[in-house]
Design a protein around this ligand. Structure first.
Ligand SMILES: O=C(O)CCC(=O)C(=O)O
Ligand SMILES: [Fe+2]
Length: 239
């Protein structure tokens, strides 16, 4: 690990919102980048998202389990090639549960990947993650302040970062403005927001180009958020 003047520790940014630096091992990061490359291929691959006002999002996106479009979920790419959304793999759901377990255990280690045998909060094992939104950011991409509010479940959102470092702005539930906290998310970092922070506004005002770990083989930034849809008709996941 790089020598740091100030070590990066587990930090509770707001009630229910936790940053765990270096949660993913380099090997796990590599595996996730490879998986993202596969998911990004058509059909139902990486696409530019058009907003109802006629704008476009600068990050590009691919979804698993359910297709997100502004502002809802569908089983096909209704605002793209029309193909069925790719399956959400069971192993990704297990990673989501592990993330929640580690995020809400105070002494979760960092730099060693998921903690083995950490005691789970009682609800963590029952969380059925079934949606992934994967955003790819090039050097100029941003994401405006928004809330993740199209899910019908209040389960925590699990966010995994790969590649370039970004500024992640984590705000409040009332407005897109202050108060907010800017957090640097680097490759391998985990951020989980649930509880009182589940509907907090957040965004990505800046990506620091060229900061990805050289060995990762990724130019740009990938972010994977795992969500529980809470939809009664959610398709079963596959391995
Ligand atoms: O890229 C990020 O870190 C945040 C992504 C996000 O907020 C979203 O996908 O809803
Ligand atoms: Fe979001």
């Amino acid at each position: 690990m790089d020598a740091e003047l100030f070590p990066r520790n587990r930090t509770e940014i707001a009630p229910g919102a936790v940053h765990l630096p270096d949660w993913l091992t380099p090997e796990r990061q590599h595996g996730l980048v490879e998986a993202c490359r596969d998911w990004a291929r058509p059909p139902a691959g990486l696409r530019t998202v058009r907003t109802p006002g006629g704008g476009t999002m600068t990050s590009r996106q691919v979804c698993l389990g359910r297709h997100w479009y502004p502002y809802g979920y569908a089983s096909t790419v209704v605002d793209g090639d029309g193909a069925p959304v790719k399956k959400f793999p069971a192993w990704l759901g297990e990673l989501g549960r592990q993330a929640v377990r580690d995020a809400f255990v105070n002494d979760a280690p960092t730099g060693e990947g998921p903690a083995a045998g950490a005691e789970a909060p009682p609800y963590a094992t029952a969380l059925t993650y079934d949606i992934a939104l994967i955003n790819f950011y090039d050097a100029d991409a941003r994401m405006g302040m928004h809330r993740d509010s199209d899910e019908k479940s209040d389960a925590p959102v699990v966010s995994l970062s790969l590649g370039d470092t970004c500024v992640f702005r984590f705000g409040n539930t009332e407005s897109r403005g202050r108060p907010y906290t800017d957090v640097e998310l680097r490759s391998g970092d985990l951020f989980v927001f649930g509880g009182a922070s589940r509907l907090a506004h957040h965004g990505v005002p800046r990506v620091h180009a060229g900061t990805a770990p050289p060995d990762l083989g990724l130019t740009g930034r990938l972010n994977i958020t795992l969500r529980v849809s809470g939809f009664p008709t959610a398709d079963p996941v596959t391995g």
